[in-house]
Design a binder for this molecule. Structure first.
Ligand code: PRP
Length: 212
């Protein structure tokens, strides 16, 4: 059996749809349940639903053979996992945003950066020689500049609606992100044929070929 860790939240529905197109289907009962570990209809796959930041943890430790997670989360985690496939789902950008785009050039001393992505934010400003104080948040990051907690934020933008409705605009794009299939190093060897079958079926599904 192959265990697949799925990011709960914004990527979950697209991941389940894509897997169904690849022939890996969950029953309506399982989908409606609150169970965090369920099997697909064939009994070949077990799904576990975890917070996005925990997907690389489960896969790196081999508890899950594979995972579906955003490139943003993966880069932030620094996890040692294999990354065979761009699933093309949940496309978004990791950006620096501010209420006043000139704030970076005007900042005295440390620029205060609120983010869930402390590692990527530090690397981004570090590479540009801008001293920053990273303020680690867990969500609703767009609130921070309006309430005076930070000068800028580093966060994901998908439609841009959350930024706009909180008076923020994009100052610069750090990187692009999409959902990825990630694989545990040992599973890649030990379950090579099963993982190749899953990866090939997902590739066909991405290309719009019906494999059902
Ligand atoms: C993400 C991201 C933004 C929002 C962007 O938040 O952190 O807040 O989506 O989407 P938009 O550009 O389409 O408005 P998420 O829903 O993951 O919640 P959280 O960051 O507050 O936990």
């Amino acid at each position: 059996m192959i265990t697949i860790a799925i990011s709960k939240g914004r990527m979950q529905d697209d991941a389940i749809d894509l897997l169904a197109q690849a022939g890996v289907r969950l029953s309506a009962d399982s989908l409606a349940s609150r169970k965090l570990a369920i099997e697909d209809q064939s009994g070949e796959y077990r799904f576990i639903f975890v917070k996005p930041a925990d997907v690389p943890v489960y896969v790196e430790h081999g508890i899950a053979d594979c995972g579906v997670v955003g490139r943003d989360v993966l880069l932030e985690s620094g996890a040692d996992v294999l990354l065979p496939l761009d699933l093309g789902i949940a496309r978004c950008r990791l950006v620096v945003a501010a209420m006043d785009p000139t704030v970076i050039s005007r900042a005295f001393g440390m620029l205060r950066v609120a983010t869930k992505y402390s590692r990527l934010a530090s690397a981004h400003f570090g590479s540009r020689g801008i001293p920053v104080e990273i303020i680690q948040l867990s969500g609703s990051v767009e609130l921070a500049p309006a309430l005076g907690l930070s000068d800028v934020i580093v966060d994901l933008v998908e439609t841009g609606r959350t930024l706009k409705e909180n008076g923020l605009s994009v100052v610069e794009v750090i990187t692009e992100s999409t959902g990825r299939l990630v694989v545990n190093r040992a599973s890649y060897q030990l379950k090579a044929s099963e993982i190749a079958r899953l990866s090939n079926a997902l590739t066909k599904a991405i290309e719009g070929v019906n494999v059902a």
